[in-house]
Every structure is written in structure tokens, then in C-alpha cells.
Design a protein around this ligand. Structure first.
Ligand code: NCD
Ligand code: ZN
Length: 347
């Protein structure tokens, strides 16, 4: 097995960067490896208008380190009140690339999300018409549903209906976590794709709950059983163009994670590509990394593939135990642990 690999520079198709000082702390981590990233709109207040998305984009651009070519691809947060006019405006903007459906209450900052998907059927109709992709947080939210079943139930109750009603709508099932989701995407038409995170490829739910509660492994959708992790790895390394890289790197300060009611999200931007390397290397599939990380997402979004390259070497390094943000810290995924691959050079 080769211990050096050069691939086309990758993109991150699902990323949270927040605002203010957290944004300034995390963006350099993403920009050192990815050329572009789909920026999630779950701020408070949510990025639910094109004007807000453009203002948010300007703040992100300010936080990009000098001489680092990085492009944020903005998204719109769908609410019950989103209008067809706003969708038309988004479709016409050169900076808006998709709209995000958060079922209300599903995850961090989703309170303003959609209460019932039928409320946004006119909006989905407009998106289909304008060929604007729909990004879905695929979890049913009714509190009576078991948290480990929420993705599966969402697919059966809601996603299936969306796909049937809007057959030409391009949809990304974000951060898939189950065998059922993988199968749904695999058997659907070519306009249905999925992102996969490093944490769902690396860990099963034991990493969250066995031997103590590990809040830095708490994210939504929640980690599942080993058979689901295995299905995700198989999908990621399969070479299928329906699956691509989306870290869902979701920074929260240490105090908010290590709490009696800790919030959901894993921070992975500090070593995103290196974490995916661990997975592909272990699966003896490093030759499939470039498709997953650099081609499939760009092709799905109908954007040009990057021309720059990035080189990784098998050369161990230790992940820092934390990254400071003001008086608080971000605790990264695999904090204090050793990773096998490191980025050698950039563009
Ligand atoms: C994300 C966040 O913190 O914004 N959290 C998470 O657990 N993944 C929101 C999300 O993508 O669900
Ligand atoms: Zn996310």
C-alpha cells in the first residue's frame, strides 16, 4: 500500500462555521484543505433570506486567511414561511447553491425549521422548477420515536413522499447514518445523493456510550450500531457517485458540550481529510478517495471539478487536545490521538 497519495483538491459538501470568533477559529482549518464548502444556514436567527445569506457570505470571506483560495457556497434555511419569491431570488443568485430542510426541533438551531413538509410543497415545486438542490436533515422529530430510529422513520414517512411528488428535484440526504438510508439512496434515481461524515464512518454508538458518556461523540443523527457504520463505509468506498464527502463539522465550545444537557455536533475540520484517509486506508480503498472527496459532490452540484491538487503522506501526527477560542476551547474529534495520514502540501 502506497504511503503517499496526490488527489484533486477536495470540497466539503456539509459544513458549519458559525459566526464571530468561532468562525475565525475554524475557517482556516477548512480552507487549508478544501477549495469550497457548502455552508449550513442554522444560525440564530437562521439564514432564511437571500439577503442574510449574502451578508453571512461577506463575513465568511473576511475570515478566510490571506492567499488561501476558498469559496463558501451559501444555502438558504427553509421555514414554514419561505416564499416562492425567495426561492426564485436564490436561484438567480450566483452565491446560493441549495436550500436546507430542517424538520423543526430535529437538531441544533432547528426550532425555526419546517413544522410539516406539506407546508413547503409550493417551495419544493419552485426549487424543482429552478433546479435548486434540496439538502435534508433526515430525522423524524416526534418525541415518541426512539432516537436510533429517527432517520429510518423520516425516510419512510417523509422523504419517500417528497421524492415521489417531486421526481426531478435534486436531493442530498445529509449525513446518512443507517443501512436503510444507504439503501434508499442507492436504489433511488441519479438525482438523489448523500453525504457521509467522518464520525459516522469511524465510530459506532459504543464510542458514545460504552465505558462512560463521551459528549464529543454526540452528534445528530446519533451514532448507530456497527452494522450501520459498516454499510456507510461500504457506500463511501464503493465508487458510487451518489456518495460524497460532507464533514458536518459542527463546532461547539467545550462548556456547551461538556454539560448536563450537552449540545449536538462533532468538530472535525482540523483534520477532516486525514480522518477520511483513516477510513479509506483501513478499507484498502485509497484509490477511491478522490472520487468521494473531490469528484462526486462537484458533479452532483454541477460545478467544475477543482484543478488544484493536495498530497497526503502516511506519517503519524498527534491531534491537539484543544483549539482555543477566547477563554473557551473547541475539542476536536480524536483530540490527543495519533492519526496516520497528514497533508503534505497544498495547491
Ligand atoms: C449540527 C450543528 O451543531 O449545527 N449538529 C450536529 O449534531 N450535526 C446540526 C446538524 O447538522 O444536525
Ligand atoms: Zn450539519
Amino acid at each position: 500500500m502506497a504511503n503517499k497519495i496526490t488527489i484533486t483538491q477536495p470540497d466539503d459538501w456539509h459544513l458549519h462555521v458559525r459566526t464571530g470568533n468561532i468562525l475565525k477559529a475554524v475557517l482556516p482549518h477548512t480552507a487549508r484543505q478544501f477549495a469550497r464548502a457548502i455552508i449550513m444556514p442554522n444560525l440564530t436567527p437562521p439564514v432564511s433570506t437571500v439577503d442574510r445569506a449574502l451578508r453571512y457570505r461577506a463575513e465568511i470571506i473576511q475570515a478566510i486567511p490571506e492567499n488561501t483560495p476558498f469559496t463558501p457556497l451559501m444555502t438558504l434555511y427553509l421555514t414554514d414561511a419561505t416564499s416562492r419569491e425567495e426561492i426564485e431570488k436564490a436561484a438567480q443568485s450566483e452565491h446560493l447553491y441549495a436550500c436546507k430542510l430542517y424538520p423543526a426541533g430535529a437538531t441544533t438551531n432547528s426550532d425555526a425549521g419546517v413544522s410539516h413538509v406539506s407546508r413547503i410543497y409550493p417551495v419544493l415545486e419552485a426549487m424543482q422548477q429552478h433546479d435548486l438542490p434540496l439538502l435534508v436533515h433526515g430525522e423524524a422529530t416526534d418525541s415518541e420515536y426512539d432516537i436510533f430510529d429517527r432517520e429510518k422513520i423520516f425516510i419512510e414517512q417523509t422523504l419517500d413522499a417528497i421524492v415521489k411528488r417531486f421526481p426531478a428535484l435534486r436531493i442530498v440526504v445529509e449525513h446518512v447514518t443507517t443501512q436503510e438510508a444507504v439503501q434508499f439512496v442507492q436504489t433511488a434515481d441519479a438525482n438523489i445523493a448523500a453525504t457521509i461524515t467522518p464520525q459516522h464512518l469511524l465510530f459506532n454508538r459504543n464510542a458514545l456510550l460504552a465505558g462512560g458518556i463521551r459528549p464529543h461523540h454526540y452528534c445528530l443523527p446519533i451514532l448507530k450500531r456497527e452494522k450501520h457504520r459498516q454499510a456507510l463505509v461500504d457506500a463511501a468506498v464503493s465508487g458510487s457517485s451518489k456518495f460524497f464527502l460532507g464533514t458536518d463539522s459542527a463546532p461547539h465550545l467545550q462548556q456547551r458540550k461538556e454539560s448536563a444537557c450537552g449540545c449536538a455536533g462533532c468538530y472535525s475540520a482540523h483534520a477532516a481529510l486525514e480522518l477520511y484517509c483513516e477510513v479509506f486506508d483501513r478499507a484498502d480503498a485509497m484509490d477511491r478517495l478522490e472520487g468521494f472527496a473531490s469528484f462526486h459532490g462537484a458533479d452532483f452540484y454541477r460545478l467544475p471539478r477543482n484543478r488544484s491538487t493536495i498530497t497526503l503522506v502516511k506519517n503519524t501526527w498527534k491531534v491537539p487536545s484543544d483549539y482555543p477560542v477566547d477563554a473557551d476551547k473547541l475539542i476536536p474529534l480524536k483530540a490527543g490521538e495519533t492519526l496516520a495520514w497528514r497533508i503534505l502540501e497544498q495547491w
